[in-house]
Ligand binder design. Structure first.
Ligand code: AR6
Length: 171
């Protein structure tokens, strides 16, 4: 079973095969982690994203990482959280699953996720983290090439949530 780990910090600094971007449907950049990734990767990332022609919620697309330490960026679009009854959990699950599938298709060994949808898209952090850990741990069973999955937490609060959820898995 690959290693699942939570770290505190800025995802743009991580030296992994791919970092995941919590993007929007246009894939043309924005605020939050999306803005940070575009700034750190440089203008070429925007040019590469223009060619992709957008992305539906729950799907994922891959580009090079350009000036980032990560070789690739996997762009996925999380759901905007309204009340949890409008398909948000399934769409959030799909983001994690499709991102891992792309990583597997490109033979990547390490990937780092931000807490997709928990910023501007207002997904409650604990609910979102439960989905993230559950989906990643079940999808990885069929993905032998992946060795390390990092949940990159921008705040201490998110880190605590992930550490609690991961504890029983790594015991
Ligand atoms: N590294 C890791 N995590 C980060 C970083 C960073 N550098 N910066 C923020 N976060 P958000 P969303 C955390 O809003 O909710 C954009 O404008 C942040 O604390 O980035 O999916 C897009 O273009 C939060 O926990 O993404 C979309 O329009 C998490 O990343 C929209 O926001 C996600 O927050 C997507 O909203």
């Amino acid at each position: 079973m690959p290693e699942l780990r939570a770290v505190h910090g800025d995802i743009t600094t991580l030296e992994v095969d791919a970092i995941v971007n919590a993007a929007n449907n246009t894939l043309l950049g924005g605020g939050g982690v999306d803005g940070a990734i575009h700034r750190a990767a440089g203008q070429q990332l925007l040019q590469a994203c223009r060619k992709l022609g957008g992305c539906h919620t729950g799907e994922a697309r891959l580009t090079p990482g350009f000036e980032l330490p990560a070789r690739y960026v996997i762009h996925t679009v999380g759901p905007v959280f309204k009340d949890g009854t409008r398909g948000e959990p399934d769409l959030l699950r799909a983001c994690y699953r499709h991102s891992l599938e792309l990583a597997q298709q490109h033979d990547l060994k390490s990937i780092a996720f931000p807490a997709i949808s928990t910023g501007a898209y207002r997904y409650p952090p604990l609910q979102a983290a439960r989905i993230a850990v559950d989906e990643v741990s079940s999808a990885l069973v069929d993905m032998p090439s992946l060795e390390t999955v990092i949940f990159c937490c921008f705040s201490e609060r998110h880190l605590e949530i992930y550490e609690k959820l991961l504890e029983p898995l790594n015991a």
